[in-house]
Ligand binder design. Structure first.
Ligand code: PEP
Ligand code: MG
Length: 580
């Protein structure tokens, strides 16, 4: 039966293909049928995994006892997980499934977990609803033991390129980054907001995606025929022939439009009144460089290095990082390469970061980005040395995320100086004059720019987080995604103010959040005085097209007027007038 689900459009385009259901984030497990005689062994394997996790948890509890600060919180959390571990719903039901359905232990466990997650989701009480995370975590622990290590998302045999549409309850950025090697057609998730890092990775891959669908995962079956309309935020299941034909037509029209844009590759990005604009790219991994070259970007405005730390069991050491950063610097000779230091934490979690495995009450407000780096100086220093060493091979700049306090800027600069001193001592070459920039993504930073202007060489506005923190909206939470509004007057004033104050102080300012790659915002940002835009390569030519049609001197007064309105509806009206 054909039906449609509506969610949030996060990456434009149309994908037509077959559903590949992924169990919970990071929990993609194989399903296989057991022989009758192997059932007992499988049950023993399941019981042994539970016993191992029980031991792990009691060890964790006794370790917590040794560090008084964390003891109460950690032991409550361990107690809760231990309770789930002995609950028949987790300990017994999967056993029954192994016996009756002859399925492997991992599969039985994940099926049961998904049932429980759905039941918890439907609970009235917010506290109880939240407990589903504890179930997921305890299942993750058991699976890790069963699998020996965590599994990768794999392509089903026989699926052609682009034919695969991943459907999941949730996907972490670490899961999504794996799509770079899988060549999938699109994806759809029940959870997630439009500027979660999962959505950002989708845009960087230029694959259509819809998030926040609520019930797609339980309603769909493997291999269902799907259409993802990533522009309108719709997932169509089992479309009839007419709808399918219509979408095929739209898909080819969109592809034609995109290929026409390619003609702009070699044109200089300048406005009608001859203002030169710099268009640089955001990347997550070195292989993204090919896409950067395809659109001939002026360089890299944001290299999100935390993606190098994901999907692995040990930290990338200094040499490995150096090789990676150098490869990017050398791939773009003469062009600026802005390497951002580790921005882990919140939704960008990694297995290998100490301290990030604890349960945080508010991860987006917690130990992330520069806060984590300053708390782990050895990890930070290794990365700083690696970036500095790479600076000898190109025009490398260093960018620090999530700064809010003057003392964080000073401490970061001291650590950079320390890393430089270590390299001087070992006679290792680096660019002594490497430029150091700070991200403006916390309202406090935008409102108190003094120390940034005084101590740094450039600024980059991270609108994704700036919006999240200004409007107090978790960017990963689909239930408040409707409130995530880049056009909220408070957000626009913070952005405009930062651009203007940077210009007055003679400091280059870029925008590297998703707003920079949204062609409907290009004129607004130009009118605010922005001269550097950093975005996914797939968005660059569309933004360039807007720039070529714009006249900055005419936009300026209109944008000044727009910024006076407190009402977002009036702002939208004024935005429409910028196109005249
Ligand atoms: C931002 O916050 O706008 C930004 C560019 O950083 P990230 O999306 O990686 O948090
Ligand atoms: Mg950010």
């Amino acid at each position: 039966m054909s039906f449609a689900l509506h969610g949030y459009a996060v990456a434009p385009g149309i994908a037509i293909g077959h559903a590949h259901l992924v169990s919970h984030a990071k929990l993609e497990v194989a399903q296989y049928q057991l022989r009758e005689r192997d059932i007992e062994t499988e049950l023993a394997r399941f019981d042994a995994a539970l016993a191992t996790v029980r031991t792990e948890l009691s060890l964790l509890k006794s370790e917590a006892g040794a560090s008084p600060g964390a003891a109460a919180e950690l032991s409550a959390f361990v107690d809760l997980q231990s309770m789930f571990l002995v609950d028949p719903l987790l300990a017994e039901v999967p056993r029954e499934m192994i016996q009756t359905r002859r399925c492997n232990a991992e599969w039985a466990l994940v099926q049961q977990m998904e049932q429980l997650v759905v039941q918890f989701d439907e609970m009235e009480d917010a506290y109880l609803r939240e407990r589903k995370q504890d179930i997921v975590q305890v299942v993750e622990r058991i699976l890790k033991v069963l699998l020996g290590k965590s599994r990768k998302i794999t392509r089903r045999k026989g699926a052609g390129d682009g034919d695969l549409i991943i459907v999941a309850h949730d996907l972490s950025p670490a899961d999504t980054i794996q799509f770079k090697r899988l060549k999938i057609g699109g994806f759809a998730t029940d959870l997630g907001g439009g500027t979660s890092h999962t959505a950002i990775v989708a845009r960087s891959l230029a694959i259509p995606a819809v998030v926040g669908l609520h019930h797609a995962r339980p309603l769909l079956r493997d291999n269902d025929l799907l259409i993802i309309d990533g522009t309108r935020g719709v997932l169509i299941v089992d479309p009839d022939a007419r709808v399918l034909e219509e979408y095929r037509l739209r898909k080819s029209e969109m592809e034609l439009e995109r290929s026409k844009l390619k003609r702009l590759k070699t044109s200089r990005a300048a406005t009608l009144d001859f203002e030169e604009i710099s268009l640089v790219a955001n990347i997550e991994l070195p292989q993204d460089i090919d896409k950067v070259r395809e659109v001939d970007a002026d360089g890299i405005g944001l290299f999100r290095t935390e993606f190098l730390f994901m999907n692995r069991n040990e930290l990338p050491d200094e040499d490995e990082q150096f090789e990676t950063y150098r490869s990017v610097a050398k791939a773009l000779p003469g062009k600026v390469v802005t390497i951002r230091t580790l921005d882990s934490g919140a939704d960008k979690r990694t297995r290998v970061m100490r301290g990030l495995d604890r349960r945080e009450p508010n991860p987006a407000l917690g130990l992330r980005a520069i806060r984590y780096c300053l708390a782990e100086p050895q990890i930070f220093l290794a990365q700083l040395r690696a970036i500095l060493r790479a600076s000898h091979y190109g025009k490398v700049r260093l960018l620090i995320p999530m700064l809010a306090h003057a003392h964080e800027i000073k401490q970061s600069l001291i650590m950079i100086e320390q890393a430089k001193e270590q390299l001087r001592e070992s006679r290792t070459k680096f660019d002594e004059n490497i430029e150091i920039g700070g991200m403006i993504e916390i309202p406090a930073a935008a409102l108190a720019l003094g120390p940034f202007l005084k101590h740094l060489d450039f600024l980059s506005i991270g609108t994704n987080d700036l919006i999240q923190y200004t409007l107090a909206i978790d960017r990963t939470d689909e239930s408040v995604a409707y409130l995530y509004d880049p056009l909220h007057p408070a957000v626009l004033r913070l952005v405009a103010q930062t651009i203007e104050r940077g210009a007055r102080a003679g400091l280059p300012v870029a925008v590297c959040g998703e707003m920079a790659g949204d062609a409907s915002m290009t004129r607004l940002l130009l009118g605010m005085g922005l001269r550097q835009f950093s975005m996914h390569p797939s968005q660059l030519l569309e933004v360039k097209q807007q720039i070529l049609r714009s006249n900055v001197s005419r936009l300026r007064p209109k944008v000044t007027r727009l910024l006076r309105y407190d009402d977002a509806a009036r702002v939208r009206e004024q935005l429409a007038l910028l196109d005249d």
